[in-house]
Design a protein. Structure first.
Length: 319
C-alpha cells in the first residue's frame, strides 16, 4: 500500500503544462523546473495566497464563532491532488480546497481550524456541529439542500479516465454499456453512472459493471491491469493524475450536476447555522480582489472558476 509520502512523490512528477504559477513566495519544494513560472509548491511551507479581514463581512459571522476566533472546517482526509493531499513531509495537508477555505477565514477575521476526516464523516461533523463548514469538493444537490446551506466557489466537472492510447470516447450512456467502470461510493458520479446503467438496460443495451475501490491507488492499479475499463471521478483529480503519471487519458468530461444542470462545488454548512451569507460574501470579495484567481491558477483549476458565489443554487436533481 502506498504511503502519503509516495503520493506526494507521485504529485511531484506532474507535468508543468497542467499547473499554474506558484503564488506568493518562493517554493522550497516544487513541481517543475526550478524558477519556472509553471512550478508549484508541494512542500510543507506553502506560502499560501492570503487575504485580509473585511469588517463588514466579518460582522455577518454569528457572535459565538466571532468570540471563539476560529473557523472549524472539515475536509476529506483522502489524498486527491490537487484538491487535498499531503506535502512532502508526509503530514502537512495542502491543496486547493484548504487554500480557498483559508482565504475565506482570512476575510472573516478568523483562524482556520482544519480537520481532515473520512468523506462520510464530513456530513456527520456538520450534523453534530463539530464543523462550522466543509470545503471538500462537495457538489450542491437538491437532496443535500434539505439539510445544508451552500455557497458556491467552483464549477463541478467530472471526467472519465482510461488507459493512454485508447480510441474509446464517452459522450453518453450508450458509450459505457457493457463496460467496467469504477467510482467512489456515495458520490454524484456514482449517481450519474447508476442512472446511465438503468438507461442502457431500458434501451436494451448491457448495463454498466460498476466497481468500487476505497483508495485512488487501488483503482489506478485496476485500470492499468485491465480489471476496469475506466474510472469516473472529479475532473481536477483525473487531470492531475493524467499529467503526473503519463499512463492514462481523459476520454469524456461532464457536469457534476448531470445533464440537467451545471454542477457546482460549494462550501457546505448546517442549515440555519447563520454562516452561509458570510461564506458567500467572503467568496465574492476574494473573487473581486483577484486572490481567488491566484489560488485556482496555482493548482491548475482556472477553467472551473465562478464569477460569483451563489447561495443554494439549483443542484443535482434528487433521483
Amino acid at each position: 500500500m502506498k504511503t502519503r509520502r509516495t503520493l506526494a512523490a507521485v504529485a511531484a512528477l506532474t507535468a508543468s503544462a497542467l499547473l499554474g504559477g506558484c503564488g506568493e513566495g518562493d517554493a522550497q519544494e516544487s513541481v517543475g523546473s526550478k524558477g519556472s513560472k509553471n512550478s508549484i509548491n508541494i512542500g510543507p511551507d506553502q506560502h499560501r495566497v492570503r487575504g485580509k479581514k473585511v469588517d463588514s463581512i466579518a460582522a455577518k459571522v454569528p457572535a459565538a464563532i466571532r468570540e471563539r476566533g476560529t473557523l472549524r472546517i472539515g475536509g476529506s482526509s483522502d489524498a486527491s491532488a490537487p484538491l487535498g493531499f499531503y506535502a512532502t513531509d508526509d503530514k502537512t495537508r495542502i491543496g486547493s480546497e484548504l487554500d480557498i477555505a483559508t482565504l475565506v477565514a482570512d476575510t472573516l477575521g478568523l483562524k482556520i481550524d482544519f480537520q481532515p476526516v473520512s468523506w462520510e464523516n464530513l456530513f456527520v461533523g456538520l450534523d453534530s456541529s463539530k464543523f462550522d463548514g466543509v470545503f471538500s469538493n462537495v457538489t450542491v444537490t437538491e437532496e443535500r439542500k434539505e439539510k445544508y446551506d451552500f455557497a458556491t466557489y467552483r464549477l463541478d466537472d467530472l471526467a472519465f479516465e482510461a488507459k493512454k492510447g485508447t480510441s474509446w470516447r464517452i459522450k453518453g450512456p450508450e458509450d459505457v454499456a457493457g463496460k467496467t467502470v469504477s467510482v467512489s461510493s456515495g458520490t454524484n458520479q456514482e449517481k450519474i453512472l447508476v442512472d446511465w446503467s438503468k438507461q442502457n438496460e431500458k434501451a436494451g443495451r448491457k448495463p454498466v459493471d460498476i466497481k468500487y475501490f476505497q483508495k485512488d491507488t487501488d483503482y489506478y492499479l485496476a485500470l492499468q491491469s485491465g480489471r476496469i475499463d475506466a474510472y469516473f471521478g472529479p475532473n481536477p483529480t483525473a487531470a492531475y493524475h493524467v499529467a503526473s503519471a503519463g499512463q492514462t487519458q481523459i476520454i469524456g468530461r461532464f457536469s457534476g450536476g448531470g445533464a440537467q444542470v451545471q454542477g457546482k462545488i460549494a462550501a457546505a454548512t448546517k442549515k440555519g447555522s447563520g454562516l452561509v451569507d458570510a461564506y458567500a460574501a467572503a467568496l465574492d470579495h476574494v473573487i473581486e480582489d483577484g486572490s481567488y484567481a491566484k489560488v485556482l491558477k496555482r493548482w491548475g483549476l482556472s477553467s472551473e472558476a465562478v464569477k460569483k458565489s451563489e447561495i443554494n443554487p439549483p443542484g443535482l436533481p434528487t433521483s
